[in-house]
Design a protein around this ligand. Structure first.
Ligand SMILES: Cc1cc2nc3c(=O)[nH]c(=O)nc-3n(C[C@H](O)[C@H](O)[C@H](O)COP(=O)(O)OP(=O)(O)OC[C@H]3O[C@@H](n4cnc5c(N)ncnc54)[C@H](O)[C@@H]3O)c2cc1C
Ligand code: FES
Length: 261
């Protein structure tokens, strides 16, 4: 896998809710090499403070060099990134990690909270492969309307039918997105793709296993280097061995992971 370090220009900054931001960059090399499920490491400050880059899923990427990330402000690094302006330049390293295995069989994409981020690029690529013959759907879950509604139109443009659940019932069905999944009639060759909070992915692993469906999950971990050098992202697999989320993942077969929930 080829990786690049690029100075990328911010071409668009969208505040999609009070603390959810989408940034669009012109990043020719990284965007054109990116695959769904991969991530980038971004230097959030102009100098060396903070020292460590921050990891973000690739939300969207095009062959023309457009790269997007979608993130929530949770601390100092993401606050600095949210304060960036159109025309500014940032240093981006990527694309990193192993992404989703794409399939031509029916699919069900399940994104919860910030786990919605990588699902747009995945839905776009899967939609393109199907050239109008869509066998699948996208399920999006969030705590409240503003976590889902601003992204709905982009998902609908991929051609997949989209079903929504929110914890407070302010948009779509009330409750967890896993409840929608449980009610769906899915063919036995359906591949499930999932990214979201750890308990949600653990549930999806169980629900998929019960239905004998292949499920791929994109997991998170604290990351310092993103390239296999610091061991900071290690996580226990089901067989008891350690895996590096940055190199071996972030996408794994749900059956290969040890779930603690
Ligand atoms: C492969 C990968 C892809 C990611 N993709 C996205 C994305 O698309 N959108 C997005 O909003 N975030 C994503 N994250 C999480 C994002 O990297 C962190 O939110 C960010 O690094 C926090 O930086 P900070 O300096 O603002 O917060 P810090 O000051 O470092 O931390 C603030 C709080 O956030 C928590 N936190 C920090 N890193 C993580 C993490 N990796 N997972 C969970 N909690 C964390 C800390 O424990 C602390 O409570 C991803 C993480 C990984 C590993
Ligand atoms: S983040 Fe350093 S080894 Fe994975």
């Amino acid at each position: 896998m080829t990786q690049f370090q690029e100075k990328a220009t911010v071409t668009r900054r969208e505040l999609l809710s009070s603390d959810n931001v989408r940034l669009t960059f012109q990043s020719a090399k990284i965007a054109s090499a990116a695959e769904p499920g991969q991530f980038v490491m971004i230097r959030v400050g102009a100098g060396k403070d903070p020292l460590l880059r921050r990891p973000f899923s690739i939300h969207q990427a095009t062959a023309e060099g457009t790269l997007q990330i979608y993130f929530k402000v949770v601390g100092r690094g993401t606050a600095m990134l949210a304060g960036i302006r159109e025309g500014d330049e940032v240093s981006i390293l990527g694309p990193l990690g192993r992404g989703f295995q794409l399939t031509d069989s029916p699919v069900c994409l399940v994104g919860g909270g910030l786990g919605i981020a990588p699902m747009l690029f995945l839905a776009t690529r899967l939609g393109e492969r199907r050239s109008g013959q869509i066998h699948g759907r996208v399920l999006l879950g969030g705590r409240t309307r503003m976590e889902v509604e601003p992204l709905l139109g982009d998902f609908e443009q991929t051609g997949f039918p989209v079903l929504v659940a929110t914890d407070d019932g302010s948009f779509g069905q009330r409750g967890f997105v896993t409840a929608i999944f449980s009610t769906l009639d899915l063919p036995p060759d359906c591949t499930v793709y999932c990214c979201g909070p750890e308990p949600m992915m653990a549930s999806m692993a169980v629900l998929s296993r019960e239905r004998h469906l292949h499920c791929q999950v994109s997991v998170e971990s604290a990351m310092a280097c993103g390239m296999g050098a610091c061991l900071g992202c290690s996580r226990t697999a089901r067989n008891g061995e350690y895996v590096h989320v940055c190199l071996d993942g972030p996408v794994f077969d749900a059956e290969d992971m040890a779930w603690t929930f």
